[in-house]
Design a protein around this ligand. Sequence first.
Ligand SMILES: [Zn+2]
Length: 219
Amino acid sequence: MYPAETIPDYSREQFIEDLLREHETEIRRCLKKGAYKVQVDFTEGRLAVKVDPSGHLLNSFIDLINLALTRFSPEERRRIGVHTCPGNDLHSTHSADVDYAELLPSLFELKAGNFYIALAGEPDRRRVLQIIRKHMRPDQRIFVGVIAPINPHIETLEEVRDRVLEASEYIPIEQLGTTDDCGFSPFFDNTSLSRDTTFAKIQARVLGTKLAEKRNRGH
Ligand SMILES: [Zn+2]
């Protein structure tokens, strides 16, 4: 965001320092208020691969986010997560055509304890799960998307259960969690899904995940 030509009396270094400090402050305030987990939105990750297929832009984002994350202790980082999705606004995406294989290996270099990965809307979930399995690290927890906010269909509990069980074939259960693919109104102006539908979808996630848990204990 800093322009190529420098701003008088405000260097790029100073800008980066201010950016990191504000980002750190925002996360710390959430942690202090008792947030169970703090998610950092990184929808720009997949988009960065589209804008710059060389991967340079993505890697500079990864470096920048890691500069912020290393200001936190390992215990704090266990409560910090990163969200990735292909965009989700008014039933449209911005980077669904970018292969997760181009993003995920770099994403898992982030020094965060949790990853919230949009998966419900992917055409080939098993392929993505294989990539996750290959690149995730032992101290990282993976929350897979089981609800697609972009789709008005309310997922059934059985659909959610099956998605969780599918993911558990690739991700150890101790490291597996579920999430929605994205927020339901990421820019606050999305009324394409009603409030009732939204809550029904969230409820399906919670109850469907419980169903999977039961099935898993049964074995
Ligand atoms: Zn998102």
